[in-house]
Design a protein around this ligand. Structure first.
Ligand code: NAP
Length: 515
């Protein structure tokens, strides 16, 4: 049994008592314990502000980019043990574990390159500025500088490596030190990741600290220059947003929460066409990858009413190819969900959808392979059908965080866009069509409700970019139910960690001071 510790104030610290137990979700055997009881979180935040922050702010963007490059190289060398940790503690197949670990490394590498491009500067000006009065001398600039606080990152259980790295990469490049807290149930991968970085001594003191276990009073000590970036359930996000220290001190908050991601198959797409094939390939992947535990996984599939039977047949055939079982086996394509709690939540969510009017039209019957009978938190891939999507509100409201999706008919594309909107805000909506008019109606109809729109069509059918893939160059987040947040998006992501200040005065003087 492994004992996990937190890395705070420049040292590894163990909490009091046995704490919480982390398990292998395929066998339900305990793999680690961790406790944060009694740890000094106020001291950790102060350490970040007083030690990590000044070290980062003394560096230019290019120098911070070099730190990210060093992190990338160290993690690349430790890729295999990180994948092993994910298979053991998160129930992910090796392929799903790579999605998390390689996503972490790739995002760090992207922001390392961005740092190089931003160059030898310590602050940024937005554009050329503009004249403010009749005098050509009186000028206004918008200046961005790193905030002087700490970035507290609270992450969900489903991406222990990528969730940590995608947030940390942006904060560090912006010049703000990080205290990161992975979800406890799958914290082993995040723990190994931070341990690897600490052992390699690639970061200055105080730049990256780890809370491994419960958050305790961590959030009570947030101050006016701090940032809180949260990924997890909408309920926890809403609770954090309303915390007294957060509201009273105007702590910056970003929330990435629930999302009933939708897919629309265009009315022009013939069964068997290239666009049809890519729709089926993506839908099967998005239902089953990481056992449906991706914030970007497909939950609702809207198809032309006269194609619904053909779609269900094609998806059922695809889902039938997915072998369920121990994630360490090469012949297994889908592992268990990550914890007993997730298992309960998914079963309850499925029962609720059925009670609300959804019908099961496909459910894999085969028992999971490679695990003792009756053990492990397994959920078979399941396809539901709802014929009257306007009447079943729950299918647009309840995110069942597992390998479950619902197929529903629509009449025309205006109706399809309105049905997507019933989810009240999502991370990604994918549209499959080659019809320009249909796509225009759909894109403009769903965009206000979506953080990202992916258009699958014949000419890009071979690109292999499916809706669940979050690229660091594009924004991630979504309105409404999805939390109203925004992360990544290249240089856009830095603004969350920086203060924008309007600076007004003599143009020539400002040009010299701010050059
Ligand atoms: P969760 O229960 O809300 O937990 C998320 C994180 O919040 C964990 O680190 C958890 O720590 C922490 N937390 C919970 N209560 C807290 C408290 N009182 N004080 C401080 N921290 C607290 O969510 P989850 O079950 O891990 O994640 C599943 C949900 O996340 C899904 O609904 C999914 O849609 C959403 N998600 C969204 C995105 C996105 O990018 N939008 C990505 C992934 C997941 P402990 O583990 O220690 O309790």
């Amino acid at each position: 049994m492994i004992r996990l510790r937190s890395f705070l104030g420049g040292q590894w610290c163990d909490g009091e008592g046995e704490g919480q137990t982390l398990v292998d979700p395929a066998t339900e055997e305990a793999v680690a314990t961790t406790s944060t009881k009694g740890l000094d979180f106020a001291g950790a935040l102060t350490y970040a502000r007083e030690v990590g922050g000044p070290a980062l702010r003394a560096m230019s963007y290019a120098e911070r980019g070099k730190l990210l490059k060093a992190m990338t190289d160290v993690l690349q060398a430790a890729r295999e043990p990180l994948i092993d940790a994910s298979v053991l503690n998160a129930g992910t197949t090796r392929s799903d574990a790579k999605f998390d670990v390689d996503g972490a490394i790739g995002t760090l590498a992207y922001y390392a390159r961005l740092g190089e491009q931003l160059g030898d500067r310590h602050f940024a000006l937005e554009g050329e500025g503009e004249q403010l009065t009749r005098s050509k001398r009186f000028w206004g600039h918008h200046l961005t500088t790193p905030r002087l606080g700490v970035a507290v990152h609270v992450n969900a259980f489903n991406f222990p490596a990528w969730g940590l790295a995608e947030k940390a990469a942006v904060a560090i490049l912006a010049g703000v030190p990080v205290v990161t807290k992975p979800a406890t149930s799958t914290a082993l991968t995040a723990y190994r990741l931070v341990e690897t970085l600490v052992d390699a001594e690639v970061l200055p003191d105080g730049v990256l600290q780890l809370v491994c276990g419960g958050a305790g009073d961590l959030l009570d000590h947030l101050g006016p220059q701090d940032c809180l970036a949260f990924t997890g359930s909408g309920d926890t996000g809403a609770w954090m947003r309303a915390l007294q220290p957060v509201t009273a001190r105007s702590v910056r908050v970003n929330v990435e929460a629930d999302s009933l991601n939708a897919v629309v198959l265009g009315p022009d797409v013939e069964p068997g066409s290239d666009t049809w094939q890519v729709f089926v390939r993506d839908a099967v992947r998005e239902i089953t990858q990481k056992t449906g535990q991706k914030c970007t996984a497909t939950r609702r599939i809207f198809v032309p009413a006269d194609r619904i039977d053909a779609v269900i047949e094609a998806l059922s055939e695809g889902l039938g190819q997915i072998a369920l079982g121990h994630p360490g086996r090469d012949d297994v394509r889908m592992g268990p969900v990550a914890s007993a709690q997730q298992h309960r939540d998914v079963k309850e969510g499925l029962e609720a959808l059925i009670a609300a009017g959804a019908r099961v039209v496909y459910r894999a019957e085969a028992a999971p392979v490679g695990v003792p009978e009756g053990r492990g938190y397994f959920v078979p891939p399941t396809l539901l059908r709802v014929d009257a999507p306007h009447d079943v509100a729950l299918v647009h409201e309840r995110e069942v965080f597992g390998p479950i999706s619902t197929v529903m008919p629509y009449g025309d594309v205006t109706e399809a866009a309105a049905l997507v909107a019933r989810g009240e805000g999502g991370l990604v909506c994918s549209l499959y069509s080659d019809d320009r008019d249909a796509l225009r109606t759909l894109i403009l109809g769903v965009a206000p409700w979506s953080g990202r729109v992916l258009v699958g069509s014949e000419k890009v059918a071979d690109q292999g970019i499916s809706p669940g893939l979050v690229l660091p160059s594009c924004v991630h987040g979504g309105p409404g139910r999805a939390g109203g947040g925004e992360e990544l998006g290249g240089a856009r992501g830095l603004s969350f960690y920086q203060q924008r200040t309007a600076v007004q005065g003599d143009r020539a003087l400002l040009d010299r001071v701010l050059s």
